[in-house]
Ligand binder design. Structure first.
Ligand SMILES: NC(=O)c1ccc[n+]([C@@H]2O[C@H](COP(=O)([O-])OP(=O)(O)OC[C@H]3O[C@@H](n4cnc5c(N)ncnc54)[C@H](O)[C@@H]3O)[C@@H](O)[C@H]2O)c1
Length: 450
């Protein structure tokens, strides 16, 4: 098959002659970026920096270090030293000398990311998602390949920043992976391919769920006891980040994004409007911050089809983490067992098994792209699926209809003006240690229609 001009350019490794030939373009992009693109020879050591050394960041570093070829972890950054030290120990146990992080290349605090990024070819961004847009923009500015965890933003401003940096990454030929690992899971790949090929006709509706018991709580009292002093409010929120919108985006954004993203993948686009309801029924403890414990959102796509979405963090209820679609000719259980039936319930196709752990596969694919200069940029769909989750939250918090455009262009900016341990986070507790909670019908984002 004849390749079009764009494909052939994307697939051909840039060499020194290309660099010289494309002088004007190179000047626009910056020589560092061209070096990055040309760097990708398979035998070279890929130097990795880990930003955010918690559970997932350590997992992602483990996967990066488990890819084929020479890879080294050379720098680490975290807000807290204890998190970084335990991550380093665990990675050293698993990977020995591949973890080559000298003390002077370990950075602590809010600005730590910049210094760690400088030392690497490829960076893993795995802090709480509120920081992602700024960290991603910096990595691209410095001309580095990126693996960033989902969600990639928690508000419209963040999504705009990620979309802008994604464009820049393309121009600089930088590879970007996003931790929506279902895209690298064989069962999902196989079923989505068949749906796209028309096996069950046009998709007219979809359902997506992340209904479960909830996640960890990091209690203020325990941290204060072990520190032997009061925490500043910033320290507390940074430790217990899940429960604050500026850091987490609420669980519809932090977790349910996976399921919303699968339906967006199938539809090949994101919803244009939504409305929904939500609240907190059981999440009432002193360490439960400001987020809801359930959201139910009806999303509408431009072609008139709908996605019905639920996410819940309440124990003792019906649980499901899954995605389903209804087509004009049949139905799909997109999540496991990954199967298609006709409208009478007769099986058309069922996934036969196989494939690697998707967390490993996504790194294998990204490193293959880096080493062999293959096109790889997942930032845009990561940004739009993050937007889908953000507009869902805006709809449940306000009780109003929200369009994707409004959510994207919203002036909601959840980030604090100043980042520092003594600085004030955007939400503060009252005298009883309680935070104000969004109230549908009263909470407004200034953009929504009734
Ligand atoms: N793809 C998946 O299936 C999956 C699974 C789990 C988590 N995640 C995502 O990974 C990210 C991290 O989650 P986690 O479970 O590892 O949380 P975690 O709390 O275990 O780790 C976060 C780490 O980031 C550090 N940190 C916070 N702010 C920082 C900053 N400004 N600069 C540097 N370090 C900072 C924290 O101190 C902590 O060590 C989240 O976005 C989450 O949604 C994805």
């Amino acid at each position: 098959m004849k390749k079009n001009k764009r494909d052939s350019r994307e697939n051909s490794p840039l060499d020194r002659r290309d660099f010289i030939k494309t002088g004007a373009a190179a000047a626009a992009v910056g020589s560092l970026a061209i070096d990055r693109a040309a760097f990708a020879q398979s035998s070279e050591t890929v130097k990795v920096a880990l930003i955010g050394c918690g559970g997932r960041g350590s997992g992602a570093a483990n996967q990066a270090l488990s890819t084929n070829g020479d890879v080294k972890l050379v720098a680490m950054a975290d807000a807290f030293k204890d998190r970084m030290d335990s991550s380093q120990k665990g990675l050293q146990r698993a990977h020995g000398l591949k973890v080559d992080v000298k003390d002077e290349n370990k950075f602590i605090g809010f600005d730590a990311y910049k210094k760690a990024i400088e030392l690497a070819d490829m960076v893993i961004l795995a802090t709480p998602p509120g920081f992602r847009p700024v960290h991603f923009a910096e990595a691209i500015k410095q001309g580095k390949h990126v693996f960033m965890e989902k969600p990639v933003a928690v508000d419209g401003k963040g999504v705009r920043q990620v979309l802008a940096a994604a464009k820049e990454a393309k121009k600089k030929n930088l590879k970007v992976g996003v931790g929506l690992q279902r895209h690298h899971q064989l069962g999902y790949q196989e079923i989505v391919k068949r749906i796209h090929d028309g096996a069950i006709g046009d998709i007219v509706s979809a359902r997506s769920y992340w209904n479960g018991g909830g996640v960890w709580v990091r209690e203020r009292e325990k941290f204060e006891k072990s520190a032997g002093r009061k925490l500043t409010e910033m320290e507390y929120q940074m430790r217990n980040w899940y429960y604050f919108v500026w850091l987490c985006g609420d669980h519809i954004t932090e977790q349910h994004i996976h399921n919303l993203d699968v339906i967006n993948w199938i539809k090949g686009t994101h919803p244009t409007s939504c409305q929904g309801l939500g609240g907190r029924e059981v999440r009432k403890g002193i360490d439960h911050g400001e987020i809801y414990d359930h959201h139910a959102v009806e999303y509408k796509y431009d072609d008139g089809s709908y996605m019905f979405s639920q996410c819940r963090h309440i124990r003792g209820c019906w649980n499901s983490v899954s995605e389903h679609v209804q087509g004009t000719k049949g139905r799909g259980t997109v999540s496991g067992p990954h199967m298609l039936t006709d409208n009478n319930g007769e099986t058309i196709w069922r996934f036969g098994g196989g494939g690697k752990n998707p967390y490993q596969q996504e790194h294998d694919d990204l490193f293959d792209a880096i080493r062999n200069n293959k096109p790889f940029n997942e930032a845009e769909y990561g940004a739009y699926s993050s937007l889908t989750s953000v507009m869902g939250r805006m709809a449940t918090y306000s009780g109003r209809m929200i369009t994707a455009e409004d959510a994207l262009n919203s002036d909601e900016n959840t980030m604090p003006e100043i980042l520092g341990w003594e600085a004030a986070p955007p939400t503060l507790p009252d005298e009883n240690g309680r935070y104000s909670i969004a109230i549908p019908g009263k909470t407004r984002f200034g953009v929504e229609k009734v």
